[in-house]
Design a protein around this ligand. Structure first.
Ligand SMILES: Cc1ncc(COP(=O)(O)O)c(C=O)c1O
Length: 451
């Protein structure tokens, strides 16, 4: 029997020099095989034959098996979301960490799913999507961007945006291709790029406005650059790329023959300015893959219904990867998703109004508590500077916040290639009901003291 443990993330990243001592101790005292992991984690596997449990030595076969994982995924360990959520449960903390609503999606969409199941729409769907849903996506895209796309040739339905991201990377990136990523970034980008064998070129967006450093972008683009990945509105910062930034990126892409993969899952949560879909910029549709999903807009994150929109020559690669990743996506949920996307405009107006009220509660509350709050134009996230409270870094702050205050936030260092870049910043979400947001603010007001 094996025991697996992960040495706390914080220990490893900030005290890496402890590893040799720790490692030697484990080997001599309990016969563990320690391995160095990614993002500052260290794991070890111990054989039960040599491990003392509750003062007893348990004897089993003497097998030593280090954790096994392909090199391309070695550095990715348990995500910070899981770690923080586990801590939150242990300490009964209010979870403003992970980005899923604590309220349900709309009745008319749920009813449509139930109806589809009752109507027997329960067998494999067509690989790239049931025709009605592909059409609904094309209709929605036309309403939002003015672009007319062929639902049969330019839309691929996937299992959430996460699969659309993976299918795009695996279907269009060759090993060794350079892909430019703006940090902080949604964690699946780095992992799927790694699986595709891409060379990641990171560019850090810095507070207060997280503006794109254009000169750095220009000097990062090379003849090997295959694609730039954009996420607007942006998780975790809430930044929305300005028209000027997007236009500059577009002309650089045209000049250097570079593709754009644009993740727009928060497009309907654009509060301070209108969302600009990258594909709608002049000359860009031909070189853009637009990635999206139902989860955020319809508060149905567990449904995992997503899609990729791209011209036929790019859709080919995306579809080939999708065909061998999942082949097809849940049939009844696609029927319901078609109903969702045909929702009247009033649905989107109300969604935005509700979220603006939630945002005001959280942002005003965080300011009153004493955080430096950075402006968030879209998404349901807000990033703050935690340093007024005197903790050494974002991980230490989040642990303190959970254990001593009873609120969960997400440390942002996990969203960077260089974790140091995020050590002063933590992310809160406001995709929770107003009572929960108020309770979290109240706890922070009472228990979080400025240094
Ligand atoms: C920027 C971004 N892209 C994609 C996703 C994943 O979307 P889905 O749940 O549809 O796979 C998330 C989820 O948090 C996200 O924040």
């Amino acid at each position: 029997m094996q025991i697996q443990c992960t040495w706390a993330y914080r220990e490893l990243r900030f005290r890496p020099t402890l590893f040799p001592t720790f490692s030697k101790h484990l080997q001599t005292s309990i016969g563990c095989v320690p391995t160095r992991g990614g993002r500052g984690t260290y794991s070890f596997v111990a054989t039960m034959s040599s491990v003392s449990t509750q003062n007893e030595v348990v004897s089993t076969q003497n097998t030593r098996r280090p954790l096994q994982i392909a090199k391309r995924l070695e550095k990715f360990k348990t995500t910070i979301f899981t770690q923080m959520s586990n801590l939150a449960v242990k300490h009964g903390a209010i979870n403003l960490g992970q980005g899923f609503p604590n309220f349900d999606g709309p009745e008319f969409v749920k009813e449509a799913a139930i109806q589809a199941i009752r109507d027997g729409k329960n067998q494999y769907a067509r690989g790239y999507g049931i025709p009605d849903f592909n059409s609904a996506i094309a209709e929605r895209f036309k309403k939002d961007t003015g672009l007319v796309v062929d639902p049969e040739k330019e839309i691929t339905v996937t299992s959430g945006c996460t699969e659309a991201i993976a299918a795009t990377m695996l279907g269009l990136i060759n090993p060794g291709d350079e892909v430019i990523l703006f940090a902080p970034f949604y964690d699946s980008y780095e992992a799927t790029l790694s699986m595709a064998g891409a060379k990641i070129k990171g560019i850090t967006l810095r507070p207060p406005d997280f503006a794109v450093p254009i000169e750095e972008l220009k000097s990062t683009i090379s003849k090997n650059t295959r694609a730039i990945l954009i996420n607007t509105p942006h998780n975790p910062t809430g930044k929305m790329f300005t028209r000027e930034e997007l236009n500059t990126i577009a002309s650089l892409c045209i000049e250097n023959d570079v593709l754009v993969f644009t993740d727009e899952v928060y497009e309907k949560l654009a509060f301070e300015m209108d969302h600009i879909s990258f594909a709608s910029l002049p000359g860009m549709y031909e070189r853009t893959v637009t990635l999206n999903s139902l989860g955020k807009t319809f508060s149905l994150t567990g449904w995992k219904i997503g899609w990729a929109i791209a011209p036929p020559h790019l859709t080919w690669g995306v579809r080939q990867a999708h065909a061998f990743l999942t082949f097809a996506t849940s049939t009844p949920m696609q029927w319901a998703a078609a109903t969702a996307l045909r929702a009247p405009e009033s649905y989107y107006v109300e969604l935005k109004r509700d979220y603006m009220a939630k945002k005001a509660i959280l942002v005003d509350g965080l300011k009153a508590v004493g955080f430096k709050v950075f402006p968030s134009s879209g998404t349901y996230f807000v990033v703050v500077d935690h340093t007024p409270f005197g903790l050494p870094d974002d991980i230490a702050f989040c642990e303190y916040l959970i254990k001593e205050v009873g609120v969960v936030a997400i440390p942002t260092s996990v969203f960077y290639l260089n974790p140091e870049d995020g050590k002063n910043l933590v992310r809160f979400t406001f995709c929770k009901d107003e009572e929960t947001l108020r309770a979290a603010v109240e706890r922070m007001k009472q228990k979080l003291l400025r240094n």
